[in-house]
Write a protein that binds this ligand. Structure first.
Ligand code: AHM
Ligand code: MG
Length: 322
């Protein structure tokens, strides 16, 4: 027995036919990816391909397969004009007459695949700026506040699609019996007062003093603010943020010595997550500016990010300004 509205029915009622088509293609592709991730240990698809992506990171076989599946499903919609992926060096034209531009991290946190920790697919959709024909970099280099649909699918103990088309953040859980997504988390609000902080604290030596001071604040004892806060870090942005969306908290991937703009990519990691958090009443900044106000300069650009419950992001900012 399944409770909740079916994704397709929900979209018919709450968004445009165009967005529904793109979102349904993403949902169907992620259903296939989720099945592949679940069964990964049984087929020869674990491990690395032996190649690196444009950012010099080693590619897992599942990264590659997921990327291919997403491109195939999006091509079939005939509405998706252009595709940018962490796994492709260049932007790709999928349908010259299409309207949408999709930026994707096909399998985020993929270094966690082999140890069966939760991983995910992150996506961001904007309208194309060029008229027809091949897409151009300018189609992709739009500020985050131009996003018309953002989301992720987490492959964990359940497979859940979380998305926003600008009217709140909604979660749909995959029913493995009929391979359909059903509404399970309507209109999620990020708790305003989070008590969790998530950061790779092992990099502390490379952080600015302002970040070290904020981390000291989080781990200090104070009854009134319920400190010390709990440190939780999976090393998979989708999983760390999914927890913080539901329970409240802050996720930080700061700039550091050797990584002047942090590690995470603006167009297909920071922007979609920032769009989701703002739709759920939370906040996201690179430390100086709202992430959604940043003008991307190139498609694989990185950005520092402080994202989560408003009280904690405000607090982190107060340290950064000191
Ligand atoms: P990926 O896109 O290559 O998987 O890298 C992104 C991941 C994020 O999911 C996660 O937050 C981060 O890398 C963890 O990095 P680190 O191991 O430096 O803490
Ligand atoms: Mg990633």
């Amino acid at each position: 027995m399944v409770a909740g509205t079916r994704l397709e029915d929900f979209l018919r009622e709450h968004t445009t036919t165009d967005i529904s088509k793109t979102l349904m293609a993403l949902a169907r592709a992620c259903t296939v990816i989720g099945r592949m991730v679940n069964n990964a240990g049984l087929s020869d698809i674990l491990g690395v391909t032996g190649t690196t992506n444009v950012q010099g990171e080693s590619q897992q076989k599942l990264d590659d397969l997921s990327n291919q599946i997403l491109m195939d499903y999006l091509t079939q919609t005939e509405i998706c004009a252009g595709y940018l992926s962490e796994e492709n060096d260049d932007i790709v034209t999928l349908c010259p007459t299409g309207k949408h531009i999709v930026s994707i991290d096909p399998l985020d946190g993929s270094s966690n695949i082999d140890v069966v920790a939760p991983i995910g697919t992150i996506f961001n959709v904007v309208n194309r700026l060029s008229k027809q024909g091949d897409v151009t970099p300018a189609d992709f280099l739009q500020k985050g506040d131009k996003t018309i649909c953002a989301g992720y699918v987490i492959y964990g103990s359940s497979t859940i699609l979380m998305f926003s088309t600008g009217n709140g953040l909604h979660g749909f859980t995959l029913n493995t019996s009929d391979s359909e997504f059903y509404l399970s988390h309507a209109n999620i609000r990020v708790p305003e007062k989070g008590k969790i902080y998530s950061i790779n604290q092992g990099n502390i030596e490379k952080f600015d003093d302002s970040i070290k001071n904020f981390l000291n604040y989080c781990s200090a004892t104070d009854k009134e603010t319920s400190r010390p806060y709990s440190l939780r870090y999976i090393g998979s942005m989708v999983a760390d943020l999914h927890r913080n969306f539901l329970k409240g908290g802050i996720f930080i991937y700061p700039a550091s010595k050797g990584e002047a703009k942090g590690k995470l990519r603006l167009l297909y990691e920071c922007t979609p997550m920032s769009s989701l958090i703002e739709n759920a009443g939370g906040k996201s900044t690179d430390g100086k500016q709202r992430i959604l106000d940043l003008q991307p300069g190139e498609v694989h650009e990185r950005s520092a990010i402080f994202i989560g419950s408003k009280n904690l992001v405000d607090k982190a900012e107060s340290f950064l300004k000191n």
